[in-house]
Design a protein around this ligand. Structure first.
Ligand code: SF4
Length: 398
């Protein structure tokens, strides 16, 4: 399994697969075809259906600047290899000088057809939670200690930057008011939730509101193309920071404790990415928000010093109860249902952790089993519900 750091990418929203990935692809082809003076870019599958709403065209055009680019949305040609496929055709003085197919495979990562590059090394000897848990128990290791044993030397420094970026995204979201950019004219809610919480005297409502305010803050920062951290994607980037910030405020956590929690969350996200998918276009929203919720539940369990079995149980509950969740962003924009969904998942992660701490010893389902189920369910979900913006809420919304 690869480094847990790969799951966390600091960059601009609103979508890891629809803006970060295509932007990276555009920079790659610009560099590959240096003599070109113009590009035609054909988007297929989910990129074609929701590319406009996700600002894919802007991300690509900006990356190719100052060269001219024309974006074509091909919603007819089926994608046989990956639902997020792009063709870049390079021109010089009107003649084709090269072309390149690229797949945006989720979490901001790309696969370049015909190129053996960007292959980062596998640094963990295990690929499933079951194997990791067995190894830890045999060697008397906690999950943070297991990560420390196999991770690259500078991972704590990187996770520290990740946390700084997450907190900055929360601050930015809480500082803004008015409407979010885009035709839906959605009012920003983070600030409202945050300040109404302070006025409210009922402690339990106050706590719920705090988690939601943080989740909204990051999701709204993402929706306005601000800087966020994929956890594991842009669309689901509010869940983990909300749970961590809430825990930090409540438990006065040190940065070391936050980094341990981020590391364990990253381990869960990496196991899901290795064995299933973290892409909404691939497996629906269960792969994005469900994975984010599992990561956040494991982080919450780590903060509470729960053992390996309880941490697994918390992540398993969080993912299991997102199984089947479809991706149907209204107008193809990462706002409805995405923003609210981050807040719901953040609360669910905390509840999953509580349930896991109370019911340990009674579970029958492993995290690995749920991850496999999530992948198989994702492949069975009708294609319209996998980030096409053509089904569900996206179809009915007027
Ligand atoms: S519905 Fe879920 S998977 Fe789809 S764009 Fe929104 S957050 Fe991402």
């Amino acid at each position: 399994m690869k480094s847990i750091c790969e799951i966390y990418k600091i960059g601009n929203g609103p979508s890891s697969s629809h803006t970060m990935g295509p932007q990276k692809a555009a920079l790659f082809v610009k560099n590959k075809f240096m003599g070109a003076d113009e590009f035609k870019v054909i988007l297929y599958g989910s990129l074609a259906f929701t590319g406009k709403g996700h600002l894919t065209d802007i991300a690509i055009s900006r990356a190719l600047e100052p060269l001219k680019s024309t974006i074509i949305y091909d919603t007819v040609t089926p994608c046989t290899i990956h639902p997020n496929t792009m063709d870049f055709i390079a021109y010089k003085e009107g003649k084709i000088v090269g072309n390149q197919r690229v797949y945006s495979i989720g979490g901001g990562e790309i696969r370049i057809e015909g190129e053996i590059q960007n292959i980062t090394p596998e640094i963990y000897p295990h690929n499933s939670f079951g194997e990791i848990a067995e190894y830890c128990k045999k060697n008397d290791l906690t999950l943070p200690k297991y990560i420390e044993k196999f991770e690259k030397p500078d991972y704590k420094k990187y996770l520290s930057e990740v946390w700084d970026a997450m907190e900055a995204a929360i601050r930015e979201g809480l500082s803004k008011s008015g409407d979010l950019p885009g035709p839906l004219k959605i009012r920003r809610n983070a600030r409202n939730l945050y300040y109404k919480r302070i006025l409210n005297e009922a402690a339990e409502i106050t706590e719920d509101r705090l988690v939601c305010a943080y989740a909204y803050a990051v999701a709204e920062t993402n929706a306005s193309s601000g800087t966020i951290v994929t956890a594991p994607t842009c669309g689901s980037s509010g869940v983990l920071p909300a749970v961590l910030k809430y825990s930090k405020t409540r438990n006065h956590l040190t940065k070391k404790e936050i980094i341990d929690a981020l590391a364990v969350a990253g381990l869960i996200g990496t196991i899901i990415k290795t064995n299933a998918s973290i892409s909404g276009a691939d497996c629906g929203c269960q792969a994005e928000i469900g994975s984010a919720c599992a990561m956040a539940a494991a982080a919450a369990a780590t903060i509470e010093n729960l053992g390996i079995d309880q941490t697994e149980y918390a992540a398993e509950i969080a993912l299991e109860h997102h199984l089947g969740l479809t991706c149907d962003p209204v107008m193809g924009i990462v706002q409805i249902p995405c923003i609210e969904r981050n807040a719901v998942a953040a609360m669910r992660a905390i509840n999953a952790k509580i349930l896991a701490s109370l019911l340990i010893g009674s579970r029958k389902i492993s995290l690995d089993m749920v991850i496999k189920t999530m992948y198989e369910t994702g492949k069975d979900i009708n294609i319209g519900y996998r980030e096409t913006g053509n089904s569900g809420l996206a179809k009915l919304y007027k």
